[in-house]
Design a protein around this ligand. Structure first.
Ligand code: SPV
Ligand code: MG
Length: 431
């Protein structure tokens, strides 16, 4: 008896898959590699159904002999393991991101004389339409809120970009870069106090109040589906924090990060150049405990941000606080630094992982910007936040255009720097 192998994610199952399974099963005993949750989350989006549910469905389709997990988009490991005589796939992967995977399949099969058989792609399947419906459904609060925890559990690192209004949120939602066999996108949105304030022409000193922050969050939510992490500044007075946190949780935000400072808060990147006061450990723990008590779901995360390195209080203080905040119930820790080298951040990560192997860890590498994401992941970091880069790049572009018009006393020269009128008119869809 010959053996046949196909791989699918099976999150959206349609008659094209059934065609493929039927044809493949005619050639021998059919093994189906179902992509693991990690593989789907890394290469596509969070799966709607988890691996056990998806593999259960596939196991029960006529013609399927066996279901096995496939943990990468690349087939090589499973092909080496099962040495099938045939691999079946639709003929729609000869170009684009999947072409390299296709070539690996052909090369690996050659090892034992196996063959790739490609069948015509089933044309009338509207995956785009189904994806659109899933996207709409996943933007509602109850679907969105739990996505961050899920992403942390499935991805080596959760890549997060700031947004400060609807337009920048659209950028975070839609930015996509294709490289090798991967499609890279952002996983989550950071609603930064610095960029939310700057966009309003205000300093980052908790002057933009919660009502205004909520308006920004709503604008962002209207045009996006990705989980949102809110920069909650100091969290304010404990008595206010317990109310605000409920509102934020109800809206479908996934996490709030609060920093252990008190009094008039200034942006951390000023460091000790301005006067800033760190909160007492017990006081801040009290805020964390009160916040946790106020929550209604176990999806929402309170992440405690440690300012000891920013305020030059030393590593021992940072670690002491991390232990205390985790003990008080914080769902994660953010460690911040304004050093241009990552050494103190790496040292913290190593020490932190010795006593908190599973607590999510967040970094904001604005200053130590040379570190690649996979290096952070190796050090045990779960979330990396690019905290201000969209607004920082928008401002010089706007200034250049304004200056060009002033210099030329007309707008023709500025046109090259601008989106075309057609593009700006169609950027935001009517519905
Ligand atoms: C923000 O984005 O507002 C932050 C991060 O709090 S930082 O600006 O680095 O303090
Ligand atoms: Mg901030």
């Amino acid at each position: 008896m010959k053996t046949v192998y196909i791989a699918i994610s099976a999150d959206i199952l349609h008659h094209g898959h059934i065609n493929l399974i039927k044809k493949a099963a005619q050639y021998g005993e059919l093994i189906v590699g179902v992509l693991t949750d990690e593989a789907v989350a890394t290469y596509k989006r969070l799966p709607v159904l988890d691996y056990d549910e998806r593999s259960f469905i596939i196991e029960n389709i006529v013609g399927v002999k066996k279901v096995v997990p496939q943990s990468t988009l690349d087939y090589s490991d499973n092909l080496e393991k099962y040495k099938p005589d045939f691999v079946f796939h639709g003929d729609d992967w000869k170009e684009g991101v999947q072409s390299k995977i296709r070539q690996n399949v052909i090369d690996t099969l050659e090892g034992w004389g196996g063959k790739l058989i490609e069948i015509p792609f089933t044309e009338d399947v509207s995956i785009d339409k189904i994806n659109g419906m899933i996207k709409d459904a996943s933007s509602i609060p109850d679907s969105r809120r739990g996505k961050l925890k899920k992403l942390i559990s499935l991805k080596p690192i959760v890549r997060t970009m700031e947004a400060h209004n609807g337009l920048s949120a659209l950028v975070v939602e839609n930015a996509k870069v294709t490289s090798d066999e991967q499609v890279k996108t952002f996983d989550a949105i950071w609603v930064s106090s610095l960029t939310d304030s700057t966009a309003k022409g205000k300093p980052d000193i908790e002057l933009v109040d919660m009502t205004s922050r909520i308006t920004t969050i709503n604008e962002i939510m209207e045009v996006s589906t990705k989980p949102i992490i809110l920069d909650g500044d100091t969290g304010g007075l404990l008595e206010h924090f317990v109310f605000n946190i409920k509102t934020i949780e109800r809206m479908g935000v996934s996490a709030i990060i609060i920093e252990d400072k008190m009094g008039l808060k200034k942006n951390s990147l000023f460091g000790t150049d301005v006067e800033q006061t760190q909160d007492g450990i017990e006081n801040f723990c009290e805020k964390i405990r009160a916040g946790k008590k106020a929550l209604l779901t176990d999806e929402f995360m309170i992440i405690a941000r440690i300012e000891s390195l920013i305020l030059k209080q030393g590593m021992d203080d940072a670690i002491e606080r991390a232990k205390a905040y985790v003990g008080a119930g914080a769902d994660g820790i953010m460690i911040h630094s304004r050093e241009t080298r990552p050494d103190e951040i790496f040292e913290f990560c190593d020490l932190f992982r010795q006593f908190a192997p599973d607590v999510p860890l967040v970094v904001v590498p604005t200053s130590f910007n040379q570190v690649y994401e996979d290096e952070f992941a190796k050090r045990g970091v779960n979330i990396v936040i690019y905290a201000n880069h969209l607004i920082r790049s928008a401002y010089p572009a706007m200034m250049d255009t304004a200056n060009l018009i002033l210099e030329n006393e007309r707008c023709k020269e500025a046109d090259d720097k601008c989106l075309s009128i057609k593009e700006i008119l169609t950027l935001i869809p009517d519905e």
